[in-house]
Design a protein around this ligand. Structure first.
Ligand code: ADP
Ligand code: MG
Length: 315
């Protein structure tokens, strides 16, 4: 059994009347890429800030590396790399100097630090920008600098809070691959996002949070098994009458049929030949159709079934 790296028990955080975290429990093991997935305002950043003792909380207990976390627990903090949601670098320092500054908070030996800074620059591929000031960097490069500042001291636990928001697709992929590489190199990762595709792509275990509560947890496969949906069939049709709709609704395994914007969406639970049966009904009724696709459940479906609202809508 892998060692527990982070243990959050019954964490409650209020901002005046608002309960931002409502008895949250999380346990993160060594070697995981642990995803915190939730819409904006669900409490991801609050969790991270409490975890790091940057924010006082009302109730609960937090342990990191088996030690109780506190603002002055330097030995624990030294082994954590934090990449905040809002880029936090110094405008008056160059790329190199910024990374050197943050690394210097933990590594005092000059030669060792120089090597760490070089490794970080190479890792985020910012070599040709080392003398640039942050204001001259594009959004994606700035994000990469922010990451380099957080990881240069080679921490065992790396926490990234929405590191890909407002990043171009190419930089986004680089960032996601980089996170997986850090994990392969031995770091435990906590990754927060409201993008379900990213979390699916890189996380070994996922907690879905909503309104400060953990509503589900597991691998992506486990999460998808928790819900009724196993397949969503979408068919482009110009229009559809109630008779056809009812026939499709009556098919085995079909539990929801909806038509909007020229798309018929049929949700199925179990069964192997749903698509064929649905197309059979359309042909039998002489209905013309355009593109047809069948999709496996996504984490959005998991969120939707558990909470009744779509994760996507929160963007
Ligand atoms: P997320 O990171 O998932 O988007 P946050 O942790 O930032 O969510 O916020 C959780 C909830 O707490 C939201 O409703 C947000 O408006 C509220 N909140 C966050 N920070 C503050 C603050 N400093 N003062 C008051 N309310 C806050
Ligand atoms: Mg946040």
């Amino acid at each position: 059994m892998a060692e527990t790296i982070v243990k959050i028990e019954n964490l409650v955080k209020r901002y005046k009347d608002l309960i931002a975290l409502d008895h949250l429990n999380l346990e993160i093991k060594q070697g995981e890429v642990y995803g915190l997935l939730g819409p904006n305002g669900s409490g991801k950043s609050t969790t991270i800030n409490c975890l790091l003792s940057l924010l006082a909380f009302d109730k609960g207990n937090i342990e990191i590396f088996g030690e109780k976390m506190s603002p002055d627990n330097y030995s624990v903090k030294k082994n954590i790399g934090i990449i905040m949601q809002n880029v936090a670098v110094f405008d008056e320092l160059t790329v190199y100097e910024n990374i050197d500054y943050f690394c210097g908070l933990y590594i005092k030996d000059k030669e060792e630090r120089r090597k760490c800074v070089e490794d970080a620059i190479a890792f985020v591929e910012l070599d040709e920008f080392r003398k640039f000031y942050p204001k001259k960097l594009s959004g994606g490069l700035l994000r990469r600098l922010n990451i380099a500042c957080g990881i240069a001291h080679k921490p065992e636990l790396i926490i990234l809070d929405e590191p890909t928001v407002a990043v171009d697709p190419q930089s986004r992929n680089k960032i996601l691959e980089g996170i997986q590489q850090l994990n392969r190199n031995g770091a435990t990762i906590i990754y927060t996002s409201h993008y379900m595709e990213e979390v699916e792509q890189i996380c070994t275990r996922i907690a879905i949070i909503d309104k400060g509560k953990k509503i589900a947890e597991g691998t992506k496969e486990e999460l998808k098994k928790m819900i009724r949906n196993t397949e969503t069939v979408t068919i482009e049709v110009i229009d559809i009458d109630d008779d056809v709709k009812n026939k499709i609704s009556g098919l085995p395994h079909v539990y929801s049929v909806e038509f909007s914007d020229g798309k018929l969406e049929v949700k199925c639970s179990d069964g192997k030949h749903n698509l064929i049966r649905i197309l059979g009904v359309l042909q039998e009724c002489g209905l013309n159709f355009g593109r047809v696709y069948s999709e496996l459940p996504t984490l959005n479906d998991v969120f939707l079934e558990i909470t009744g609202t779509a994760l996507r809508d929160s963007e």
